[in-house]
Write a protein that binds this ligand. Structure first.
Ligand SMILES: Cc1cc2nc3c(=O)[nH]c(=O)nc-3n(C[C@H](O)[C@H](O)[C@H](O)COP(=O)(O)OP(=O)(O)OC[C@H]3O[C@@H](n4cnc5c(N)ncnc54)[C@H](O)[C@@H]3O)c2cc1C
Ligand SMILES: Cc1cc2nc3c(=O)[nH]c(=O)nc-3n(C[C@H](O)[C@H](O)[C@H](O)COP(=O)(O)O)c2cc1C
Ligand code: SF4
Length: 618
């Protein structure tokens, strides 16, 4: 039985904070300590069972006894916060990372994942025995290290799901074929671990793999029934697979909310097994509603606790203040892990930097922050937290260009960020001066933070007189039934295209290089480009626009002329340029710090992080 102080469990999320030898680091300890204060249990990132099965070079391991002291310190830190510690054990199978030297690849099949990965060895009986031994050995190390429960990964397209999935498992021996055959090996692992150790056992599954031919909810109900008969403490119902359907696995903002909850509810209703519901439980109202809906079960929270370590404390009324909202964007978290930087967060600059402290300033200063975009607002917050007196100048609208980000389809969850910042500013009673600041406005301050952002660049194209930029997204009514030519195919061009398609426009998008959406988060990029292709958007890469002549646009593509006719409207999204004239005007008259897009054009995450890091020092 899993007996927790409340139903909230921190879901397993890869961090990439280890040292290359799979050890627990001080970074892990700081990160998990912050997130153990209010939840019922913490599931640290999935452990590798053998160093040759890693998903990340910097993953934590539970592969031998030498790991015990580190794991003990991890468990102690979690316990010190009052939470239980759950060890999540996973064998990645064919989804082990092919870029890690020495990795080995096993599966139910000898076919690689269609979207990438190494070709695996189809497992025979000896390899299966070895896998059982690996799980049992890891479970024993978890016991020695003081973990309170175990979670076995039977979902998300990893090894045991590669046996369960009718789409992957192409065997014709006892371990393939019908559900009984495909579940034989995964259930053998469950039995072996249950028999070997005396800890409550959770099992994570994908209620559905969300791909034609993959695991469907009906079979997941049957699996849950088997698991209940094995007396598991709970079945943790997620969705998707790491191979075919990452947007579902990561509960990305592009997929509808709540499908995982419905599946968890059905599994509980039809089998009576306790369930863990998961997926975008990231605001207080949703959490409270689901507490009632899953009164007999548990709620796993992932990214909301990455974005705000006190999220559950705020749900439970133990911590005051607004929730720093997870936007379900995957930009900082998945993006950080994939890029090798380790887990970060778009909205929370502390993630990945837990060892840095925000200390009170030695000398309290009067600071002017000029520009109230994300950079300026984060700067004002960090400066206030350090004890400085802050005035924030904003010429137009607090939030700056990020106010446009939620206005494209599928990005509505981004609309929580600016209101969050406004609430934080309000709490700190920051004086907001609605004015376009000039040098004389700020000369009397002890220091000036210049956060004046960026504006769109307009290429010098003869005849280009009438055009729009991304601000078109804020129009009360978007243009309809027009032929729109978008010049520039980065994030903003792609976003404008996806907003114009549903209202009947014919869209052509051109760019000088080849990679449309090159600066986008990878899931958003893939899904946006698919929407565009499916809607008949005309893409023209390596295209240099030369001249606009009424409704006709002339360009060169691969040394050949190309003409776009009947163009009703041109949207220019050819990049941004920093607005830094105030900094130049001020010269050395007052100490200045240039931050965010004003210093270097980046994105929301770099803007917030730059403000935080700069103002920690000021
Ligand atoms: C449509 C769109 C979608 C986007 N989507 C994403 C996304 O999904 N993910 C992501 O990471 N990034 C996204 N971005 C980029 C992101 O919004 C920016 O990188 C980030 O917001 C920059 O913040 P900033 O505060 O540095 O600059 P800005 O947002 O440009 O803010 C600068 C502010 O300063 C004010 N200002 C300027 N001069 C003065 C002055 N002299 N006095 C007073 N005020 C002044 C301006 O009015 C403005 O409010 C998107 C941008 C757009 C346009
Ligand atoms: C960066 C990142 C890495 C993750 N890694 C894993 C993983 O290795 N194994 C796993 O079962 N789930 C993993 N997850 C999924 C989470 O456990 C959780 O199911 C998902 O984030 C949805 O819950 P949330 O909306 O509360 O974040 C990961 C999620 C993120 C964002
Ligand atoms: S990066 Fe985005 S999705 Fe990930 S935790 Fe932060 S806000 Fe949430």
């Amino acid at each position: 039985m899993l007996d927790l102080r409340n139903p909230y469990i921190f879901a397993p999320i890869k961090t990439g904070y280890s040292d290359g030898d799979g050890r627990v680091t001080s970074h892990h300890l700081a990160y998990y300590r912050k997130r153990s204060r209010h939840v019922g249990a913490v599931t640290p990132e999935p452990f590798y069972l053998d160093a040759r099965l890693r998903e990340l070079p910097t993953q934590m391991g539970i592969d031998n006894e030498s790991k015990v002291p580190g794991l003990k310190s991890l468990v102690d830190g979690i316990h010190a916060g009052g939470a239980a510690a759950i060890a999540h054990l996973n064998h990645a199978g064919r989804m082990a990372n092919p870029k890690i030297p020495g990795n080995v690849f096993f599966s139910s099949t000898n076919r690689a994942c269609e979207t990438g990965g190494a070709q695996p060895t189809r497992m025979g009986k000896p390899e299966m025995d070895e896998v059982v031994d690996l799980f049992v050995a890891a479970a024993r190390i978890a016991v020695t290290s003081g973990f309170d429960a175990l979670e076995l990964q039977l979902g998300h397209g990893y090894l045991l799901a590669q046996f369960l999935s009718p789409m992957v498992n192409d065997r014709n021996d006892d371990y393939g074929g019908d559900f009984a055959g495909r579940s034989l090996f995964p259930l053998r692992v469950v039995d072996a671990v249950r028999d070997a150790v005396d800890l409550p056992l959770l099992v994570r599954i994908s209620g559905a793999e969300m791909v034609t031919g993959g695991i469907e909810i009906g079979e997941s109900v049957a699996l849950a029934r088997e698991l209940k008969s094995r007396d598991v403490a709970a079945v943790h119902v997620s969705a998707g697979t790491v191979c075919n359907t990452p947007p579902w696995f990561f509960q990305h903002m592009f997929v509808p909310i709540g499908k995982t909850w419905d599946m968890a509810e059905r599994i509980h209703r039809e089998t009576g097994v306790k369930v863990v519901a998961v997926g975008r439980i990231s605001d207080i109202t949703t959490a409270k509603t689901l507490e009632k809906r899953f009164a007999d079960g548990f709620l796993a929270v992932g990214r909301a606790l990455v974005a705000d370590p006190d999220f559950v404390g705020k749900v439970l009324g133990l911590v005051e203040g607004p929730v720093r909202p997870c936007l379900a964007c995957a930009e900082g978290c998945l993006g950080g892990v994939k890029s090798g930087h380790g887990l970060q967060c778009l909205v929370n600059p502390d993630v990945g930097r837990e060892l840095l402290m925000v200390e009170p300033a030695d000398n309290r200063r009067r600071v002017a922050v000029v520009g109230g975009g994300l950079t300026g607002m984060q700067a004002a917050i960090t400066l206030s937290d350090r004890g400085h007196e802050v005035d924030l100048f904003e010429a137009e609208q607090l939030g700056g260009q990020f106010n446009l980000a939620p206005l494209t389809p599928h990005k509505h969850s981004m609309d929580q960020l600016v209101p969050y910042f406004l609430e934080e500013l309000e709490l700190r009673k920051t004086r907001i001066i609605k004015k376009r600041a000039v040098a004389s406005d700020v000369l009397g301050y002890d220091a000036v933070v210049v956060a004046t952002g960026s504006i769109h660049r307009v290429p010098p194209i003869p005849g280009l007189e009438e055009y729009r930029w991304a601000a078109i997204l804020a129009d009360e009514e978007l243009p309809r039934d027009q032929h729109v030519l978008i010049i520039g195919g980065g994030l903003i061009g792609v976003e404008v295209a996806t907003a114009l398609i549903p209202v009947g426009n014919r869209v052509t998008i051109v760019k000088r290089t080849t990679d449309f959406g090159e600066d986008m988060e990878m899931i958003a990029k893939k899904l946006s480009l698919k929407i565009m292709k499916d809607s008949g958007v005309r893409f023209s890469d390596r295209t240099h626009v030369q001249r606009v002549d009424g409704h006709t646009v002339h360009a060169w593509r691969e040394e050949q002329p190309i003409v776009f006719e009947d163009v009703d409207m041109i949207v220019v999204t050819t990049g941004m340029t920093s607005v830094d004239d105030l900094a130049r005007e001020l010269g050395g008259a007052v100490p200045i710090w240039l931050v965010g897009d004003a210093k270097r054009v980046g994105n929301a995450q770099s803007a917030i992080a730059d403000a935080y890091l700069t103002c920690r020092e000021l």
